[in-house]
Design a binder for this molecule. Structure first.
Ligand SMILES: Nc1ncnc2c1ncn2[C@@H]1O[C@H](COP(=O)(O)OP(=O)(O)O)[C@@H](O)[C@H]1O
Ligand SMILES: O=C(O)C1=C[C@@H](OP(=O)(O)O)[C@@H](O)[C@H](O)C1
Ligand SMILES: [Mg+2]
Length: 183
């Protein structure tokens, strides 16, 4: 794929911290835009026939990151998809570069105050958070903010439900299509 791909055909990539709602919102955006939804973690889970926690147990984080990169490099050059990344994917330069070059990258943001209320429902399925103290998780949350500063568009999600976030994304995309590709 090269720079001449119409903005209307570019795949949409959703980034942000664990539990912010990338998978939930991505799936809704895909439905609303009649596009195929791809969740990178789900692709990896299908390859391993088991949840991400098991994948981490079996191969460790380093090998998971390598696989995550391979899957993303392959998928993000496709057109007309909605792709939700895992929250750690943007740690890797090559992933940041290829997605920012080829896709529309949307950062779902959330404040620590709201996010920490969600910890209980996600901790069992997020191996990276397990065994950390609340202070360590907050520190990770703040450090990760740095990697998400690379994006095309940012949306504050506090107090919005997943459907409202998806509607907002779809509306802002339609507006940018009209602005940058009026035909
Ligand atoms: N806007 C939202 N408000 C409240 N809960 C949400 C919202 N978006 C997602 N959730 C819930 O938060 C949890 C994590 O969502 P998920 O989509 O898996 O996040 P991510 O893919 O970013 O890790 C799920 O239980 C989901 O139902
Ligand atoms: O932030 C991370 O390091 C991770 C985030 C997870 O995805 P979600 O952000 O969808 O939870 C998943 O890829 C894995 O557990 C590692
Ligand atoms: Mg997810």
């Amino acid at each position: 794929m090269n720079g001449r791909v119409s903005i209307r055909e570019k795949s949409i990539v959703i980034i942000g911290f664990m539990g912010v709602g990338k998978t939930t919102v991505g799936e809704l955006v895909a439905k609303k835009l009649y596009r195929t939804f791809i969740d990178i973690d789900r692709v990896i889970e299908e390859k391993f026939d088991g949840p991400i926690v098991k994948v981490f147990e079996q191969i460790g984080e380093q090998a998971f990151r390598k696989l995550e990169k391979e899957v993303i490099m392959d998928i993000c050059t496709q057109r007309l998809k909605v792709i939700s990344l895992g929250g750690g994917a943007f740690l890797q330069d090559e992933i940041r570069k290829i997605t920012l070059e080829n896709c529309i990258v949307i950062f779902l943001d959330i404040t620590w105050k709201l996010w920490k209320e969600r910890l209980n429902i996600i901790i069992d399925s997020r191996p990276v958070l397990q065994g950390l103290t609340m202070e360590e998780i907050e520190d990770l949350f703040n450090r990760r903010k740095g990697i998400y500063t690379n994006h095309h568009s940012r949306l504050e999600t506090d107090h919005l439900n997943a459907n409202e976030i998806a509607d907002y994304i779809v509306d802002s995309l339609k507006l940018s299509y009209e602005l940058y590709d009026p035909n």
